[in-house]
Design a protein around this ligand. Structure first.
Ligand code: FES
Ligand code: FES
Length: 198
């Protein structure tokens, strides 16, 4: 729904958009000129999305829109109606446990001043979802659209590499547990006496 609002010096037109952000539904009135980044920060208080260059170069403002990394400074909020958005605030578990990529950034000293971190982390989450075992060169290439003004790329690349290795270990352990459980069920079924025939 579009409504006109007259202010002292101009007429603004607001459009209601429905956004699902980190699993929560929000209905917000936005002006056509508002970027997604502005709405996240100014209207919804999600200030973990950082705005650096505000013209699509640095990647600091990256969020996931329907699972795809998107520069929130380059899209208008009105374009985002009915989309699923993930910001950095949506990665940790409800009990505060950090996402494995966040843990890895901390462990590998990839955080530094933290300004570019939300964009890097969300880009890395998407990378590992689409390519669970990237090599270092691939990580470097896939993160090349994000700029770090602290210039400490080594820790960042190591963090993504570590998250991939740890994720593979967790998945391997889950498969091993499933195989062990299946073998135990099969063994106990074989031990059960067969029912007598009449
Ligand atoms: S703030 Fe969006 S790309 Fe730099
Ligand atoms: S950690 Fe400071 S800008 Fe990247």
């Amino acid at each position: 729904m579009t409504t006109d609002r007259v202010t002292t010096d101009r007429v603004t037109t607001e459009t209601k958009v429905e956004l699902s952000i980190n699993g929560r539904r929000h209905v917000v009135g936005v002006e056509p000129r508002h970027t997604l980044g502005d709405v996240l920060r100014e209207q919804l208080g999600l200030t973990g999305t950082h705005l650096g260059c505000e013209h699509g170069v640095c990647g600091a403002c990256t969020v996931l829109v329907d699972g795809e990394p998107t520069r929130s400074c380059l899209v208008f909020a009105v374009q985002m109606d009915q989309t699923e958005i993930t910001t950095i605030e949506g990665l940790a578990a409800a009990d505060g446990t950090l996402h494995p990529v966040q843990e890895a950034f901390s462990a590998c000293h990839g955080l530094q001043c933290g300004f570019c971190t939300p964009g890097f982390v969300l880009t890395a989450v998407h990378l590992l979802a689409t390519n669970p075992a990237p090599d270092r060169a691939t990580i470097r290439r896939e993160l090349s659209g994000n700029l770090c003004r602290c210039t400490g790329y080594v820790g960042i690349i190591s963090a993504v590499e570590r998250a991939a290795v740890e994720r593979a270990a967790v998945e391997r352990a889950a498969v091993e547990r499933a195989v062990t459980n299946a073998a135990a069920v099969a063994a106990s079924a074989a031990d059960e006496p067969s029912s007598p025939r009449h």
